[in-house]
Ligand binder design. Structure first.
Ligand code: ADP
Length: 468
């Protein structure tokens, strides 16, 4: 029986209080002469004494209920409810228990929401920092910890992110001068990275301790590089077109003017003009195929292509270029090679660009070796498409001057040439390898380049084989 303890004085006081109507009645009867004083007093003492155990029991139950409610407020158990003899007490206890259950449910929901908020904040890909009124980092998510190399929680923002623009924007929001601010900053170390920063004042109840502002960072490095590349591309393309165009208009003027009647000069100039217009049309054709391949790059081709047949016909087509220089095209095609999943025209262009380069940049009298086989191992960087099944390996090897290692990472950029004058002299557009790279990407394959200065270069293309 869970009953509270009640002091005797309180019990007596309550009993006296409850017996007061009887006392008044006895006083009235005694005053009217209907009852003697002593019997009246005796009656009152008897009534009060009879009330004493009743009062003690009820007060004990009430005190037990109060203790239980107090224990609930400090996390006590509903099951330990005191014995409820009276109907009213039972009702009060049931209502308190229901209230407590509701409150528990609500606080569980709040805890769940807080956990969910924290996990959302933690897993967002952009770095986020919650700041208090003193510019201190209250909390930082995983991306922010990764960016700064440590968890910045507890530090002054200015010590974590030393950029006057960001500090000023944060200060403006914290002081209430602005509700939000945007700015951009560049981190120079360890590599140059550009970020867009946004500071927002948090309205309403702070979700995390004393946080009153949110600083979000979004990396712009790739977008900026892309913008620079696009601008460079337009500048390069116009430059490449302007040179032959200037040559053409110059010769047209000469032929219309001073060399009008000079038969010999006319023949010579027309030859150069034909060469320049050929260069322009090659450039336009390459630009068009590059943009077409780029446009389709997101969707992998689904046809099956016999690469061996394409290699043989590409080699045939190159003979007129190779033979006069004493060069030989040596093909080594593995028997029973599976077909590859691809787009025939694009793969034909890839072969032509690689084999044409090998002949162009190979030394006179050497051979160009083209190997086609099933890959036994995969190079690092092979994607999921290559790792999920058999792979066909195409290698085009030349014995030319080779390429110095510092040029290798940039070789597949548009218009990147190791020796611009030499490339132009040989009719190159500077777009061949960029086209190869995009075709390989679209085919979910891989391109690797190995070169030794003075010995030659090997371009290897890894393509997913078509499943029978
Ligand atoms: P280009 O039209 O100038 O040949 P590419 O995009 O095909 O343009 O090649 C880019 C540059 O890469 C070339 O200018 C050349 O400097 C270099 N290169 C390409 N293939 C070879 C090779 N087989 N040997 C040496 N250098 C090469």
């Amino acid at each position: 029986m869970n009953r509270g303890t009640v002091t005797g004085g309180r019990v007596l006081l309550f009993a006296l209080f409850l017996s007061s109507p009887t006392a008044i009645m006895l006083v009235v009867l005694a005053g009217a002469g209907r009852l003697d004083v002593w019997p009246a007093l005796g009656t009152w003492v008897v009534v009060t004494s009879l009330l004493l155990p009743l009062v003690r029991s009820h007060l004990g139950e009430l005190s037990g209920l109060a203790n239980w409610v107090r224990s609930l407020a400090h996390g006590g158990d509903i099951a330990s409810a005191p014995a409820k003899d009276g109907v009213a007490l039972a009702e009060i206890a049931a209502s308190v228990a229901a209230l407590r259950r509701l409150w528990q449910q609500r606080s569980n929901e709040l805890a769940e929401t807080a956990r969910w908020n924290a996990s959302l904040l933690e897993n967002l890909p952009d770095p986020l920092l919650l700041l208090d009124s003193a510019r201190r980092v209250v909390r930082a998510n995983r991306a922010a910890t990764r960016l700064f190399g440590r968890d910045p929680a507890g530090a002054d923002l200015a010590a974590v992110l030393r950029d006057p623009g960001v500090t000023e924007a944060v200060q403006a929001v914290l002081s209430g001068a602005a509700a939000s601010r945007d700015c951009e900053f560049t981190q120079a170390i360890p590599v140059e990275r550009t970020f867009a920063a946004r500071v927002d004042r948090l309205d309403g109840q702070p979700a995390f301790e004393a946080a009153i502002a949110l600083l979000t960072l979004h990396e712009l490095t790739a977008i900026r590089a892309m913008e620079r590349m696009r601008a460079d591309f337009v500048a390069n393309a116009s430059h490449e077109l302007r040179t032959p165009l200037a040559a053409l208009s110059g010769f047209i003027e000469t032929l219309q003017g001073p060399a009008r009647d000079d038969e010999e000069a006319r023949e010579k100039f027309l030859g150069i003009m034909a060469e320049q217009s050929g260069r322009m049309s090659r450039l336009v054709a390459d630009l068009l195929s590059l943009s077409r391949i780029e446009l389709n790059e997101h969707s992998a081709p689904s046809e099956t292509v016999d690469l061996a047949r394409l290699v043989t016909s590409a080699a045939e087509a190159l003979k007129p270029l190779a033979n006069p220089r004493g060069m030989e095209l040596a093909l080594d095609i593995a028997p029973d090679l599976p077909q590859v999943t691809g787009q025939p025209d694009e793969l034909a262009q890839l072969l032509q660009n690689l084999m044409d380069n090998a002949v162009k940049y190979g030394n006179d009298g050497t051979s160009v070796e083209v190997t086609l086989a099933l890959a036994e191992t995969l190079p690092p960087g092979a994607g999921a498409a290559l790792r999920s099944g058999p792979v066909v390996r195409l290698a085009v090897r030349d014995h030319g001057e080779g390429i110095a290692p510092e040029h290798l990472p940039r070789l597949t950029e548009r218009f990147y040439r190791v020796d611009t004058a030499r490339s132009r002299k040989m009719g190159g557009t500077g777009l061949g390898l960029a086209i190869v790279k995009h075709i390989v990407n679209r085919h979910r394959g891989l391109l690797t380049i190995d070169s030794r200065v003075g010995e030659g270069t090997t371009f290897t293309v890894w393509l997913p084989a078509a499943l029978p």
